[in-house]
Ligand binder design. Sequence first.
Ligand code: APR
Length: 269
Amino acid sequence: MYEKEIEAAAGIIAGAKYAVAFTGAGISAESGIPTFRDPGGLWDRFDPDEIGTLEGLTAFARRHPDRLRQLLQESVDSFGQAQPNPAHYGLAELEIMGLLKSVITQNADDLHSIAGNTRVFEVHGNLYRFRCLACGWTRKHHRDEILGPISTVLAMETFNIQELLSVLPKCECTGLMRPDVVMFGEAVQQLPESFLEARSADVLLVMGTSAMVWPAAGAPYEAKRQGAKIIEINPTTNAYRDITEVYIKDLSGRAMPKIVARVRELRGN
Ligand code: APR
């Protein structure tokens, strides 16, 4: 399926001087993490206007502790078992080949780093990095250090918000810490560095995003403006149809291994 597009994409990537990847929730769908806007996705089951901001989430927790418990249980279940899938590993392999120079991701699930990519720009933050609300100090934790204690609280007979807050990491200044993820209305992270990467790219590999959330969604346009070739992998929408050179209507976890295998053949390694 899509052999012609796979061949075209592999040919472009094999000749890249500075390939960059731009990814969204779709790349982690095959790792068991639900996307936001697909049928059954997070925004299908929870209202982003209600829980997409810190204020909204705090009010939601007070008003609907049971629904918060459901949201946390689903998140712990999906993020806790998630491993990188062939799409993540394909990007890591392209970095080892010296073709892919960085990954700009909207995902906060850490899967690109776990897969082995070493230059990952997380414009919407990272779930396992916590930031102090008082002094701003941040510290990255291992996934289990965070999800383990939360699971214990969720397993209790009655769900208690204070109990939940008590197991979250504490700052040395004794301030409360929150996950260092970007919620609606908050400043995105590493945007200048990410757009510099996009502008430096001669090939931009876009996968798993609906291109709905700005300013992150602007990255492919930054690359295109500098003459980059845009390749998109998405099973339902060609979200960047106006600038895409090659569109592969497939799952990224299925298309990437084919692309990387062909790149290896073309480069004789
Ligand atoms: N492979 C590739 N793409 C996929 C796959 C897959 N296996 N499964 C789904 N997709 C595509 C969907 O077709 C959809 O276009 O991934 C896209 C996911 O879109 P969204 O759920 O909107 O996720 P994303 O684009 O990352 O959202 C951006 O919105 O809510 C905010 O902060 C949140 O970072 C997120 C931002």
